[in-house]
Ligand binder design. Structure first.
Ligand SMILES: Cc1cc2nc3c(=O)[nH]c(=O)nc-3n(C[C@H](O)[C@H](O)[C@H](O)COP(=O)(O)OP(=O)(O)OC[C@H]3O[C@@H](n4cnc5c(N)ncnc54)[C@H](O)[C@@H]3O)c2cc1C
Length: 382
């Protein structure tokens, strides 16, 4: 285990206790209901956990290692429910990070501070039906008008999309001309012309809210454009937030992988066949050892990347590798856990099937594992 600052260790113990007492007992019911868990979400806001990454000056916790703190938050919550953790991760990082760095004091007051208190819900929308991995090819158009901008387009897979009070929307001044024409606009979801196309039904992370959004002549005032004045700078900046977010997605994988491993280890000691616990069979032990090793790799890479982010060092390669190692590795851990449970692994009364379903999300969210490999390959000079 990587050494963590004492305040982060203390933070972990608080979050872990909340997860054991509040989240785990409800996790199955939340998954079945498939609804956004407003009550638990607000509770985290009251506890101040959404502010783990931010200084006290904007209503945050002022932690010494803010990125490591959010990594801990995501890992611990995903041990209980990755669906819940995904919505929190959006609120505590991507949806608020760009606002914190490039939003005006007015935007901080309107959206950031209430979001950190859990009173407003945030989202970040870049992906479109025809622009996923190739996000810079997005078609949502920002047209300059008197006093602001008009946004037109459709977004898909937006986490927290149907419940959000504000959404940072990535749009292009000239669709078709790539990343340099992209800008970030903070859209209040009460604005005329904004609507939820549909809530999306998923195989995985059921209680995470995922939406298709429609923007039809949505007016965004000039001061709601992030990093206004820096032409083409808006997206370049957002890219830093999206890169950091990969570390948190790796942490989600790690948390759910841990839950699957713990459940399988316990089951291997309790379940008997051929007159002895199945854990006495070397084949089962080897699976558990491989799972343990995958989790250790995931933990080391993820916290290494978080420590680099806290030290303000480059993280493009490290965050991508962390997401590959933790995302793909924890999916393998969950597959092995399911096999250790035999037929019971397929039964909804055991959470291991949920862990496996949920483990597919970190291999896609924030960029697929292969797109992460592409980023690392670029760093290798290809
Ligand atoms: C549950 C969920 C929540 C999400 N939340 C958000 C959110 O809040 N906000 C947001 O903006 N987006 C969100 N996303 C979108 C997510 O970031 C995209 O799904 C992801 O980037 C992949 O895009 P795509 O689904 O269009 O797949 P595609 O880009 O169509 O990829 C399909 C396949 O092709 C492969 N591929 C594509 N290009 C290459 C390449 N150059 N080289 C090799 N292989 C390639 C991919 O690896 C993949 O296997 C979410 C997605 C999910 C599933």
């Amino acid at each position: 285990m990587t050494d963590l600052d004492s305040d982060v260790q203390e933070f972990r113990s608080y979050v872990a206790r909340w997860v054991d007492e509040r989240l785990i007992p409800q996790a199955e019911a939340l998954d079945h209901a498939g609804e956004f868990p407003f009550e638990l979400f607000r509770e985290l806001g009251e506890l101040g956990y959404f502010g783990a990454m931010y200084p006290e000056s904007v209503g945050g916790s002022g932690m010494k290692s803010p990125y490591t703190a959010v990594t801990v938050l995501c890992e611990e919550l995903a041990r209980g429910s990755m669906g819940f953790a995904a919505g929190v991760c959006m609120q505590a990082s991507t949806a608020t990070h760009t606002l914190f760095h490039w939003g005006s004091p007015k935007l901080h007051e309107l959206y950031l501070a209430p979001a950190l208190r859990g009173e407003k819900i945030g989202a970040f929308a870049i992906t479109e039906p025809n622009a996923g991995s190739d996000a810079a090819s997005l078609r949502t158009k920002a047209t300059k008008v008197d006093g602001g901008w008009l946004l037109n387009g459709t977004k898909i897979f937006t986490t927290n999309g149907t419940v959000a009070d504000f959404i940072t929307v990535v749009a292009s001044q000239q669709p078709g001309s790539g990343a340099k024409a992209l800008d970030l606009f903070v859209v209040d979801t009460k604005t005329k012309g904004f609507s939820v196309g549909r809530k999306l039904d998923k195989f995985s992370i059921h209680c995470s809210d995922t939406a298709e959004l429609v923007l039809q002549d949505v007016f965004v005032p000039d001061d709601h454009r992030l990093a206004a004045g820096e032409e083409g700078g808006s997206f370049k900046n957002a890219y830093k937030s999206l890169t950091i977010d990969r570390i948190f997605t790796a942490a989600l994988a790690l948390g759910t992988g841990r839950a699957a491993y713990d459940a399988a280890l316990q089951y291997a000691k309790e379940r008997s066949q051929f007159g002895q616990p199945i854990g006495k069979f070397q084949a089962v032990q080897f699976k558990l050892v491989d799972m343990y090793a995958k989790l250790e790799q995931a933990r080391l890479y993820t916290y290494h990347a978080a420590a680099l982010a806290d030290a303000d060092k480059p993280i493009t390669t490290e965050a991508a590798i962390a997401k590959i190692v933790a995302g793909d590795g924890c999916n393998e851990v969950c597959q092995k856990a399911l096999s250790i449970f035999g037929g019971y692994g397929l039964m909804n009364e055991y959470p291991v099937q949920r862990f496996l379903r949920d483990s597919y999300f970190p291999m896609v969210g924030g960029g697929t594992s292969d797109v992460m490999r592409l980023l690392v390959a670029r760093q290798l000079g290809f």
